[in-house]
Design a protein around this ligand. Structure first.
Ligand code: IPM
Ligand code: MG
Length: 365
């Protein structure tokens, strides 16, 4: 339980689901940082409740979360999620049993992935710094290639068949396009790139393009263009400064966001928000990096992605000042190479980075 000191403060209930691998280490660090922000003069309190769902829970109970799990989450203002995935449980079981089991029924259809080069961090691209790479990827998060449609027949026989059907609905595409145009409009450059593959995929992707053009008519102040996903990987690498806000299907954005994170220095700093923009259900905030079993328990996971994720959560809750203060503290710490974890080529530990961010928060208050 994290509590502040004043009676008349705004208060929020956060469900913390650290889940697997380094998820536990980084969510612990994130909750400490949030407590430091709220605790002193943040003007708000956070009550965090932890849920021990994930692969260990699965090994004990045969399910990743209890049957009434979503009912338990409904009353929270936000979900702070670590990572899912374990070496000894199939990935599709962990993913569909927990993360997608929350994202999809809670209609968190807008997945937002900001990418910037933070101070002190080097892009692998020569001559590319913060001014050349400042993107927001909007990922369609409820349908497309992750719709879960398909099946397998004649298992194990030579004639075995499996289908994996991508679903695109007019309602689903329209709402993500509107969200992306609004995101682009709220940024200084007011520029959106719509990623597609309508040259080869002639049904869903062609409708995707048509709806983009229809929605664009309502946003005359936003400049937009269209880019085939394969060509997009080249543009991100060779001409990063020509991009600002990007919208793509579930799978395309999954792939492009890993590329974006690598170009910005490390997957260890990349945050994400799974939003239900209408706020009918809680939204969920998580680092992109995953459970990283190779470094689990070593105390060297980069907590920066989870801290940046906390900024996105605070913004969603309306705590803009606290979000800005946390982001400034993170940037103050990344600027010092002595505080870089091994994913950034340094030797710092999760503990050292966390302590430094907390000290920076305190020095700002
Ligand atoms: C992501 C991840 C997930 C995804 C994995 C863990 C299934 O890669 O959030 O980008 O593909 O959605
Ligand atoms: Mg991914």
């Amino acid at each position: 339980m994290i509590q502040g000191v004043f009676e008349d403060m705004r208060s929020y209930k956060i469900a913390a689901i650290p889940a697997d691998g380094i998820g536990r280490e980084v969510i612990d660090a994130g909750l400490e940082v949030l407590a430091a922000l709220a605790g002193h003069d943040g003007g708000f309190t956070l009550a965090a409740e932890r849920f021990d769902w994930g692969s260990d829970y699965y090994k004990r109970h045969g399910v990743m979360m209890p049957e009434n799990g979503r009912d338990l989450l409904k009353g929270f203002d936000a979900i702070y999620f670590g990572a899912v995935g374990a070496p000894d449980v199939p990935d599709h079981v962990t993913l569909w049993g927990l993360r997608l089991a929350i994202c999809q029924p809670f209609d968190q259809y807008a997945n937002v992935r900001p990418t910037r080069i933070l101070p002190g961090i080097k892009s692998p691209l020569a001559g590319v710094g913060p001014a050349e790479l400042d993107w927001v990827i909007v990922r369609e998060n409820s349908e497309g290639e992750y719709a879960g449609q398909g099946g397998r027949s004649h298992r194990g026989l030579p004639e075995e068949v499996a289908t994996e059907v991508a679903i695109f609905t007019r309602a689903g595409v329209t709402r993500i396009m509107r969200f992306a145009f609004e995101t682009a409009r709220a940024r200084p450059r007011k520029q959106l790139t719509v990623v597609t593959k309508s040259n080869a995929q002639r049904h869903g992707m062609v409708m995707w393009d048509e709806i983009a053009a229809e929605v664009a008519a309502d946003f005359p102040d936003v400049t937009w263009d269209k880019m085939l996903v394969d060509a997009m990987t080249m543009r991100m690498t060779l001409r990063p400064a020509t991009l600002d806000t990007i919208v793509a299907t579930n799978l395309h954005a999954d792939i492009l966001s890993d590329l974006a994170a690598a170009l910005a220095g490390s997957l260890g700093i990349a945050p994400t928000a799974n939003l239900n923009p209408e706020r009918r259900f809680p939204s969920m905030f998580e680092p992109i990096h995953g459970s990283a079993f190779d470094i689990t328990g070593k105390g060297i996971a980069n907590p920066v992605a989870t801290f940046w994720t906390a900024c996105m959560m605070l913004e969603h809750l309306g705590e803009r000042a606290a979000a800005a203060r946390l982001m400034a503290a993170i940037e103050h710490v990344t600027a010092d190479p002595a505080l870089h974890t091994p994913d950034l080529g340094g030797h710092a530990t999760t503990r050292q980075v966390t302590d430094a961010v907390i000290a920076a928060i305190r020095s700002m208050q």
